[in-house]
Design a protein. Structure first.
Length: 186
């Protein structure tokens, strides 16, 4: 009896993880079906440059406009007002473009070399600006002196040491007048 209970306690979390993995693959299948349907509606003949451009443009427009998004709370809208927008340079010559989504107030399109995410603000207890694309697992974190883009599903940073002009000023001020160390005895 004890063995049966122990086996069930071990198997229950594994079943829950499997269920969530199946639930996460369903939206991807729907997105693929939607892209195929948009490509079929293109007026040009298959194989032509116009058909390829129309299909690519329709897919890009769907990502750029973002899916129909839920309305944000007042706290999330307050977070979205503090997001630095524009082309933000990062380390190693990389960059990130952060633009407001005109169709969905408070949402942002975050893109760069090889990635494009539709992100929404998330309130944090520390006051850090956090944008998330939950479907893709991407997170944009913005603190006073730098920003970074991470892909939590892949477990990697996509961009680091990204600094908007305001953040560069804070970083320079920290370099000129470093804060006292927490380890110093005074």
């Amino acid at each position: 009896m004890k063995t049966l209970i122990a086996t069930l306690m071990i198997a229950a979390p594994l079943l829950a993880v499997g269920q969530s993995a199946v639930a996460q693959t369903t939206p991807k299948a729907k997105a693929t079906a939607t892209k195929k349907a948009v490509a079929k509606k293109a007026p040009a003949k298959k194989g032509t440059k116009a058909a390829t451009a129309a299909a690519a443009g329709a897919g890009a427009a769907a990502v750029a406009a973002g899916p129909a998004s839920a309305a944000l709370s007042a706290e999330d809208l307050a977070v979205s007002e503090r997001v630095f927008k524009g082309r933000i340079p990062c380390e190693l010559g990389a960059y990130v473009n952060v633009t407001a989504d005109a169709a969905n107030p408070g949402y942002f399109i975050v893109d760069g070399r090889g990635f494009k995410y539709h992100m929404s603000p998330v309130k944090t207890s520390t006051g850090t600006v956090r944008l998330e694309d939950k479907a893709a697992g991407a997170v944009w974190l913005q603190i006073a002196n730098k920003s970074m883009l991470m892909n939590q599903k892949a477990g990697q940073r996509l961009a680091d040491e990204c600094m908007a002009p305001e953040q560069q000023q804070v970083a320079e001020a920290i370099r000129k007048n470093p804060p006292p160390s927490l380890l110093d005895n005074k």
